[in-house]
Ligand binder design. Structure first.
Ligand code: GLP
Length: 246
């Protein structure tokens, strides 16, 4: 994997956005895998700027989001549907019919998860997957202990993740306990992967992901086995990497 360390959050956001823009420009029908959380917000803002000011065209792009909370309808302010609409989709020209986000209100989760995998496959697979990382090393909602060949399914959130994400809800009790998530295996099928991390609270997860053993204790470590993964890190997120000291 390639590790790119930048001075600050703005720099990683801009550089990662340039990778996405290149993918879209070189292949207008590119299939993007998208992430939520606070980390990709700067990247999305830069994509919006490129769309407005430099005509970056998303009209043929297809998107698949990593995950969604079980039980939250699309119009719930903490749902990932709402997040994506507010922070990216309503500002760019990706057609609504090309947008895919797991349905947290489905009455049949297993059937939905299977159909999500089928839709990714029938779109030709994900060309470029954007990832954040949880402080426990999760990617999407693949918590420690998840199989490294897992596919899209319902996952129970770890206590750490509920505590981390409680800042977006009235209290930790309001954070859903379950989510539909792409599996680690689903993510690894993407042709190219970029993971963004900033801040000291991500430094141990980043070090485990990049330099630790490949283990389900840190599901992001599975990215070591992917042929085209880049980590975009600020200096704080990179601070526990041994290679950064060399
Ligand atoms: C959630 C998401 C992950 C994301 C993580 C980190 O758990 N399911 O995809 O990477 O949060 O969030 P943040 O970027 O806000 O630190």
């Amino acid at each position: 994997m390639e590790i790119i360390i930048q001075e600050n959050y703005a720099a990683i956001s801009q550089q990662a956005a340039a990778v996405v823009a290149d993918a879209v420009r070189s292949r207008p029908g590119t299939v993007l895998g998208l992430a939520t959380g606070s980390t990709p917000l700067g990247l999305y803002q830069e994509l919006i700027r490129l769309h407005r000011e430099e005509n970056l065209d998303f009209s043929q792009v297809t998107t698949f989001n990593l995950d969604e909370y079980v039980g939250l309808p699309a119009d719930h302010p903490q749902s990932y549907h709402y997040f994506m609409h507010e922070n990216l989709f309503r500002h760019i020209n990706v057609p609504a019919e090309n947008i895919h986000i797991p349905d947290g209100t489905t009455s049949d989760c297993p059937a939905f998860c299977e159909s999500y995998e089928e839709r990714i496959a029938s779109s030709g697979g994900i060309d470029l997957q954007i990832l954040g990382i949880g402080s426990d090393g999760h990617i999407a909602f693949n918590e420690p202990g998840s199989s490294l060949v897992s596919r899209t399914r319902v996952e129970t959130l770890a206590r750490q993740t509920i505590e981390d994400n409680a800042r977006f809800f009235a209290s930790a009790d309001d954070v859903p306990v379950h989510a539909i998530t792409m599996g680690v295996g689903t993510i690894l099928d993407a042709r190219k992967i970029i993971l963004l991390a900033n801040g000291a609270n991500k430094s141990s997860a980043v070090a485990a992901a990049a330099e630790g053993p490949v283990s389900s204790k840190c599901t992001a470590s599975a990215l070591q086995n992917h042929p085209d993964t880049s980590f975009f890190l600020d200096t704080e997120a990179a601070s526990q990497l041994q290679m950064a000291d060399e």
